[in-house]
Design a protein around this ligand. Structure first.
Ligand code: GRF
Length: 199
């Protein structure tokens, strides 16, 4: 069984990263996290350290422009030669050169049913729009913002009285499951990323 090497990019608490790290502990799960990158000193890096996974940070403010930041980020990623790059709560838009070099072995998880509610405030936007149902999308990253071809989606009901926090926490419970399953499907070729990207 070939084991898929994953490089995960985060910006925050990293609960999706942790779900992947825990799934990879099982000998039956054909993937392993070889490195974790962040755009800041993200709290989620502690999960990687706990699991003995190397980490790196590429901080935008250290670079004169986005292109230079993107070049360094790509260089750091390519050093590991991952089979798949997973953006899991990575709150930066990847410059086109980075996307072009990595896609379609470059996926993202988003807390809404794309194309509804793209962008950095998906949960807040769904609430503000009065949506009764929202959800999670795992998709291939393309040059757009949350516009790449969908790999899998799952609905999450909005409950009366939901706040952005309560709804997002419920979404993240589903998201972690969906992401672990999506990576498994890619690792076992049930999902063909080239085919997905060609849709
Ligand atoms: C996730 O819901 C992700 O889709 C969104 O931010 C959240 C990150 O959560 N972009 P975590 O850092 O994985 O806990």
């Amino acid at each position: 069984m070939t084991v898929l090497s994953l490089l995960v990019l985060i910006s925050g608490g990293g609960s999706n990263l942790r779900a992947l790290l825990e799934a990879c502990r099982s000998a039956d799960y054909p993937a392993h996290v070889i490195a974790v990158g962040a755009d800041t000193d993200a709290p989620g890096l502690a999960h990687a350290e706990e699991f003995g996974v190397p980490t790196f940070t590429v901080i935008p403010s250290s670079f004169e422009n986005r292109a230079a930041w993107g070049e360094e980020l790509l260089e750091q990623i390519e050093r590991w030669q991952p089979d798949l790059v997973v953006c899991a709560g990575f709150m930066r838009i990847l410059p086109p050169g980075v996307v072009a070099a990595l896609t379609p072995r470059l996926i993202n998880t988003h807390p809404a049913l794309l194309p509804a509610f793209p962008g950095a405030h998906a949960v807040r936007d769904a609430l503000a729009a009065g949506a009764q149902v929202t959800g999670v999308t795992v998709h291939v990253i393309d040059e757009g913002v949350d516009t790449g071809p969908v790999i899998v989606q799952r609905e999450v009901a909005v409950r009366p009285g939901d706040t952005e926090h309560t709804l997002h926490e419920r979404i993240k419970t589903v998201e972690r499951e969906l992401l672990v399953q999506a990576v498994l499907d890619i690792a076992t070729a049930r999902v063909d990323l080239e085919e997905t990207a060609a849709r």
